[in-house]
Design a protein around this ligand. Sequence first.
Ligand SMILES: Nc1ncnc2c1ncn2[C@@H]1O[C@H](COP(=O)(O)OP(=O)(O)OP(=O)(O)O)[C@@H](O)[C@H]1O
Ligand SMILES: [Mg+2]
Length: 239
Amino acid sequence: MPILEVSGIGKRYGGIVAVEDVSFKVKRGIATGLIGPNGAGKTTVFDMLTGMQRADRGSIRFEGQTITNLASHKISRLGIGRTFQSVRVFGNLSVLENLNIAEANSAAPARHGATDRVHRALALVEMEEHAGKPAGALSYGQRKLVELAMVLVQEPRLIMLDEPVAGVNPGLVERLSDILRRLIDSGISLLLVEHNIRFVTGLCDHIVVLAAARMLADGTPEEIMRNPDVLEAFLGSDH
Ligand SMILES: Nc1ncnc2c1ncn2[C@@H]1O[C@H](COP(=O)(O)OP(=O)(O)OP(=O)(O)O)[C@@H](O)[C@H]1O
Ligand SMILES: [Mg+2]
């Protein structure tokens, strides 16, 4: 059974069709990529999957349970975590304080083991040495790692990452790739929006392509990379 099943979802903002009749499945234990030119509707799909925007139509099932248009905190507590295209951490609080807040908001905040959970998450993103620093003093890429740790503290089974390496320096891109691979190996499923195609094809076993609000293709990285419609959609938008 797929961990996530998206059937015919759609979303309009006034006269703008942001997402139209999009359907795909996310398999358990692998990374799935969601790619497409700017404005294709990728973030809007994430917003609907996480309950941050209402879907006008269609249905979303997580582990067999319908979650369409549930409140976002309920979806998060069912086991879906998410990072944002523009990083969201509390800059004036320390890394540790950021993680403690995320832990307290998790489905089952630990009365005793909270510190363990927080330190495990910090270790997973290799940020232990920065625990006491204000998050605002870190580089952009490091803040993204803190945001990922805030998600990990909640022990989700599916993590959706919206452009995790956009604006991140090349060294950190490599590191993040290793970190995400370890998460996959530990059994976490990933859904990844990213414009860095090498990063996507390096991590993902399955790729879904959106263009102008609609599904264009889905398949293995090899199938996607030799699909003429996909090539045209990307070249057409960038040149
Ligand atoms: N809250 C909103 N209100 C109005 N229009 C929106 C809103 N969010 C997105 N849109 C519009 O919906 C369309 C899809 O946007 P979306 O942000 O989902 O694209 P995207 O694929 O994530 O693009 P990018 O790669 O640039 O992040 C765009 O035309 C965008 O302007
Ligand atoms: Mg986006």
